[in-house]
Design a binder for this molecule. Structure first.
Ligand code: AHR
Length: 496
């Protein structure tokens, strides 16, 4: 039995609902046969969007969806994606060299925003600053946001079926500009950012602009970028960070050490968030640079998904991926005064996805269930937790050295007269009983418990067995919360 202190008088901050955001790129099977089946499809759809996916996604209350990439964004011309669908041009997709697939532009700005509205998410557009000009981006913003009838682009938008503004508030100024997005030096990007952001800000009121930050803990990028970025001009509302914890073993086939090693790499997100934030504070840029972790997740070797590699980057999602999801969301909750937005990559038929879909088949993954179990954290006040952490010792499979991994990942928040406690137990062998000790609040005697667990951490959902990993709901006395090995457990308890 371990005491877990829940300290209400020590709020960390409000958990921005945008932390529970997602990412959808024009790549492999994300849109075509994933989100989009087309209006004439025999697959049940809403205006061409896969109905089962719309309904399941809406149920986890996605706050924001990023689009159209990713790297795809960096050769995307938004004008290709407007007007009658049958007359839109087919182009070479950024990822063409990887999978030989072309971009038919059936999904464009209107369709993307419509999908966002259907599921209740705010649209977030990553603008192409590598191969289109500031004027092109100004025109895109004009097209999206200018009042009905006010400009030539507003009239074009109306002619294309949307008289009212699409009201896109969140805009990324490039994507991975240290790599696929122009291969820039940070100083060059800082100048580009200032140029684009100045024009973008003046193209519509109330926009929020996000700068491209580092890959993982690439602090050199942040330091060199912030040296050149002019804080006095105040044209940044967030600083993007990407981190893929990568792979360890196969997606479906991994040893115990590989299991722990992946979770250890996922835990590194805590260091990335804090190190990047320390630098931001060092430059006194806290107001301009709240962190926007707009791509994160596992990146397993391809081929484990239903199309066996046809859909680029498509991967399965096991109980191990659910634990990565839970511990990453706990890190964001516990650092919610630093993290403004986070987008798991990517939504369907891709890396770390919530859904797998192929023709009439559709399933939710264990990662989806974690989002569902955590959704009440959105907009809640995160509070501090304290407990004696234990460490798991395992052998790093890459070098056979002994390494340590914290056994429990915990976060807690209060909202609407209830506490939500979310726990990931990373031990493969040891259960944990947490004796709750509340400070500054009185907890009710009963807890609504949800448990995501499978005796086999390789377990995953398939079209034939869609509920192999599915949560169990129960009620229990709130004084002690039982957490099985390798499980995610949430407890919702009324505050007296
Ligand atoms: O999510 C796949 C790719 O990973 C994205 O296009 C890119 O931004 C990142 O490198």
């Amino acid at each position: 039995m371990k005491k877990l202190y829940l300290v209400k008088p020590l709020p960390v901050g409000v958990i921005n609902p945008l932390i529970y955001g997602h990412f959808s790129e024009h790549i492999g099977g994300v849109f075509y046969d994933g989100i989009w089946v087309g209006e004439d499809s025999s697959v049940p759809n809403i205006h061409g969007f896969r109905k089962s996916l719309v309904e399941a996604f809406k149920a986890v209350r996605p706050s924001v969806l990023r689009w159209p990439g990713g790297c795809f964004a960096e050769t995307y011309d938004w004008r290709d994606g407007i007007g009658p669908r049958h007359s839109r041009p087919t182009r070479i997709n950024w990822w063409y060299q990887n999978d030989g697939r072309m971009e038919p532009n059936k999904i464009g700005t209107h369709e993307f925003v419509e999908f966002c509205r259907l599921v209740g998410a705010e649209p977030y557009i990553a603008a192409n600053i590598t191969s289109t000009t500031p004027l092109d981006i100004r025109d895109w913003i004009d097209y999206c946001n200018s009042p009905k009838g006010s400009t030539a682009y507003a009239k074009l938008r109306e002619a294309n079926g949307s008289p009212e503004p699409l009201n896109v508030k969140y805009w990324g100024v490039g994507n991975e500009c240290w790599g696929g997005g122009g291969n820039m030096e940070p100083e060059i990007y800082a100048h580009e950012y200032r140029k684009y952001a100045m024009i973008m800000r003046n193209s519509a009121p109330g926009l929020e602009l996000f700068a491209c930050g580092p890959n993982a803990n690439g602090w050199h990028w942040t330091e060199r970028f912030l040296r050149v970025f002019d804080t006095s001009s105040h044209i940044m509302n967030g600083y993007s960070v990407h981190y893929y914890c990568g792979a360890s073993g196969g997606c479906l086939d991994f040893t115990n050490d590989q299991f722990y090693h992946l979770l250890s790499k996922a835990s590194f997100m805590n260091h990335i968030v804090n190190q990047t934030w320390n630098l931001v504070c060092g430059f006194n840029c806290q107001n301009q640079c709240p962190l926007v972790v707009d791509e994160w997740g596992c990146w397993h070797p391809g081929g484990s998904g239903p199309t066996k590699g046809y859909n680029l980057f498509e991967q399965q999602s096991t109980m191990r991926d659910a634990l990565v999801t839970a511990l990453t969301l706990n890190i964001f909750n516990n650092n919610c005064e630093k993290v403004k937005m986070a987008n798991t990559a990517q939504l369907v038929n891709n890396l770390h996805c919530l859904f797998l879909a192929n023709k009439e088949n559709f399933i939710v993954t264990p990662t989806y269930h974690v989002y569902d179990m955590y959704k009440e954290h959105q907009g809640a006040t995160a509070i501090k937790t304290a407990f004696d952490q234990e460490e798991i010792i395992y052998k790093n499979p890459d070098n056979q050295r002994e390494e340590k991994l914290a056994k429990l990942s915990v976060s807690a928040s209060v909202k609407d007269g209830a506490l939500l406690l979310t726990v990931a137990n990373l031990s493969l062998t040891d259960a944990e009983d947490l004796e709750l000790e509340s400070v500054g609040m009185t907890l009710g005697s009963d807890a609504d418990i949800t448990i995501l667990h499978n005796d086999d951490v390789h377990a995953h959902n398939t079209f034939d067995a869609p509920d192999a990993v599915t949560p169990i709901q129960t009620t229990a006395k709130a004084d002690v919360i039982h957490v099985p090995p390798a499980s995610v457990v949430t407890a919702r308890i009324r505050i007296g």
